[in-house]
Design a protein around this ligand. Sequence first.
Ligand SMILES: *[C@@H]1O[C@H](CO)[C@@H](O)[C@H](O)[C@H]1NC(C)=O
Ligand SMILES: *[C@@H]1O[C@H](CO)[C@@H](O)[C@H](O)[C@H]1NC(C)=O
Ligand SMILES: *[C@@H]1O[C@H](CO)[C@@H](O)[C@H](O)[C@H]1NC(C)=O
Ligand SMILES: *[C@@H]1O[C@H](CO)[C@@H](O)[C@H](O)[C@H]1NC(C)=O
Ligand SMILES: *[C@@H]1O[C@H](CO)[C@@H](O)[C@H](O)[C@H]1NC(C)=O
Length: 946
Amino acid sequence: MNSLSLLLLLLLLLLPLLSLSKPPPPLNPDLLGLIVFKSSLLDPTSSLSSWTQDSDDPCNWAHIKCHPESRRVVEISLSSLGLSGKLSRSLLNLQSLQKLSLSNNNFTGFLIPDLTQLPNLTHIDLSSNGLIGEIPTKFFSQCESLVDVNLAGNKLYGQVPSSIGSCWNLVSFNVSSNHLSGSLPDGVLSLSSLESFDVSKNFIVGEIPDGIGKMTSLRSVDFSGNLMSGGIPDSMWKLWMLSYLNLGSNSFSGRVPDWIGEMKWLRVLDFSENGFDGSIPDSIGDLKFLQSLNFSGNGLVGNLPESMRDCSSLLEADFSRNHLMGELPSWLFELGLQKIFISGNKFSGKVQFSNSLGQSLLELDLSGNEFSGEIPMEIGGLWKLELLNLSANLFSGGIPSSLGELKSLEVVDLSVNRLNGSIPLEIAGAASLQELRLQKNFLNGGIPSQIGNCSSLTSLILSQNKLTGSIPTSLANLTNLETVDLSFNSLQGSLPKNLSNLPHLLSFNISHNNFSGPIPPSNFFNTIPPSSLSGNPGLCGSAVNISCPGVLPKPIVLNPNSSSQNPNTNSGITSANIRHKKIILSISAIVAIGAAALIVLGIITITILNLHARSHSSSPSAAGLAPPSDYSGSPANTDANSGKLVMFSGDKPEFASGAHTILNKESELGRGGFGTVYKTVLPDGRPVAIKKLTVSSLVKSQAEFEREIKKIGKMRHPNLVSLQGYYWTPSLQLLIYEFVSGESLHKVLHENSAAQSLTWNERFDIIVATAKSLAHLHRHNIIHYNLKSSNVLIDGSGEPKVGDYGLARLLPMLDRYVLSNKIQSALGYMAPEFACGTVKITDKCDVYGFGVLLLEVVTGRRPVEYTEDDVVVLCDTVRGLVEGGRAEDCVDGRIGGKFPVDEVVPVVKLGLICTSQVPSNRPEMGEVVKILEMIRCPGQDELSSG
Ligand SMILES: *[C@@H]1O[C@H](CO)[C@@H](O)[C@H](O)[C@H]1NC(C)=O
Ligand SMILES: *[C@@H]1O[C@H](CO)[C@@H](O)[C@H](O)[C@H]1NC(C)=O
Ligand SMILES: *[C@@H]1O[C@H](CO)[C@@H](O)[C@H](O)[C@H]1NC(C)=O
Ligand SMILES: *[C@@H]1O[C@H](CO)[C@@H](O)[C@H](O)[C@H]1NC(C)=O
Ligand SMILES: *[C@@H]1O[C@H](CO)[C@@H](O)[C@H](O)[C@H]1NC(C)=O
């Protein structure tokens, strides 16, 4: 109870006292009742703002009606105002109330037991709220005035109280959609005025009471959606005034009674989802006003009775899921029906429409029967048709082109038949089409490009046919497409690139065809499940983990091993074999740097001969990977179009005539998420490391690529591996790095023998140098994205150099999936925000990686270690030790020499702070450098001047 209602109650208590001293003011109980009622409510839209004590006549308030003479409140209508709160007993103050409607709000709590004792109350509508509890017996104990009670759509439970029988003036009783249980009380049988009786959607059990025949005023009975059982009692035939009878979704059984034909006023008859058996009585034809007939989901047998021809008002007939059989009677289409559902029976024979009939039909579902023969061309006459489901029958022949005349057609399902021929291009005339399902037939020919006109199409399912040809580019115009299944056909060609523009795509299955070429670049296709693409050996791109070969003009490829392979100038790369052998781009391919160099706009452009991939496997079935030509002569190609080489230094490398560089297996240094790295020597004798990007299909346009690369190329820091140049073609990108002799930190820490292990000072130096290099990158707005110990090289003089920075920016978009799965593949370094789609990735992700690397350097342990039955995460282990006051225990046991504990503890703690789960809790790299310099004990600071 809130303070306002308390105040009012106090007021109520005080009033009699006041009246002793003064003549009593005319007290308006309605006003008080309403104010107290309001005080127990939440009124988010201020619908009741006029309800204030300032205006002392509630008859002027909104949603209130008063009696013209007595000025007492007779009606409260607060439907759909978004009100919530409990029903207040103060409503009992409104003694003249006749109608109370609070429907479709959020009232909660219990019913007021004596509400119906308001002497003149006739209508109660509390439907669609959140009321709970049982219906109190008292609720109906004095209810002679009640005419209309609606408690539907609440959470009331328990039984319908038998006291209901005393509401003998009741005309309408509705408790639909609650949790009521038990059986119908005998009390209801005395409601001789009741016209509408709705107890649907509860948990009511038991049989229909035999005395129901006494309720002769009934017009509408809805028992649907309960747990009732038994047969239909014979006394029910007395309810001849019924116009609505719904017994659907119960467990009724027995036969549909013959006397049903005597309920001449029936408009709706629903016996669906029960256990009725036997045949449909002929008397059904006597129901001249019947509009909706639903016998679906029973055990009815026999044919549709011919007498039904007389049901001249019928609009919907649903006989789905019974055991009916025979031919589809032609008169069914003469009745002017809008919906015919007979799916899941045993109807057979041919289906015939005559041209002039069935013109009102909106939905036709004949699926799951044994219809055969052709789909008649006359179907084009059903010009209002919206849904056509003929699936799972034995239809043969072609798809009638007349379907294209059906301008309202939204769903067409002809799947699982024996249709042959091609998909008629006229189908595009069905401009409202949303779903086209033709799977599991024998269709051949191509997908008509006219399908691009069906702009509402959301589902296109053509799988398991014999379709040939390619995907029409017009498909990419269907921006509403969500589900496309073309699997198990013989389609081929490349995928239209602009498929990547389809914004609502949820699934795109093209498996088991002969598609080839690149997979369109987009978020959707980057994360498409492999099973949607499988069985198309020619596809390439990151989604299938096969890089796409270039389509360069006249590439020249040196390939000493190619003699056994077929020349193949197709850009498609046959990769299934590669994938199965888990050899991804096993390179024994060659890049030759041409002898002749051209200077274009101050940039040296030379010819680099195309690097071409072929399978390391010499399996003859790996043909198709073969390079364009055998060429082992001098690579004296001066075609400037074949590639662009840029050296940032502006140097003009001295190329000896005929010199070339071979990137092959022997010169391979290693592989990473972005590509394979080769050591090579430029013609001027300078050693460089060349990284060939393998995610080439993800790389941006040339302009964007160059912009990002030049940004990275500007980085010069003693602890960064410098990028010295690059080579660009649309299909091949090489990054030319300074060559660092030495090993990676990862090797030093984890693959060397204990004897060669690093001292504390060396480790500290590595930590500080790495921190400085990252701080430098961050100052220039470059995020590393891929920090891990294998990307830190220790050069000949022991100086660490961080490599592989900034490359994630080369992806068309910073795709978290790609980042986390392909690039940041090294487990343990990845900041938690990568997994969280909503957190922005900032340079704080590098701080996290740095923290892990710091702990790795101190402990000499991998970020994540797998033991037989456990996964050990380094940060967690260290955190545990530090919290237990044993920080020094985490230092690598192999460490050479002593180490200062006053340095170890703060360094380890710094590492833990850097690996905070929340990015904003991690320090900036610049701060990290400063902290490290403060931690280092005086006299040992060798690097702070860098
Ligand atoms: C009832 O409240 C819930 C949230 O508590 C809200 O989502 C819903 O729309 C409300 N219903 C009505 C009819 O106001
Ligand atoms: C109830 O209605 C009757 C008849 O309309 C009327 O005479 C009587 O005053 C009403 N009772 C109250 C409490 O308003
Ligand atoms: C019962 O009330 C519900 C909710 O207001 C309504 O949808 C339904 O049509 C009512 N039943 C009858 C028979 O009027
Ligand atoms: C017939 O009843 C079933 C189940 O009660 C329902 O799903 C179906 O939509 C109904 N048919 C028609 C035509 O309304
Ligand atoms: C796609 O739609 C555009 C505009 O509606 C049209 O100009 C273009 O021809 C269509 N493309 C195809 C391949 O049908």
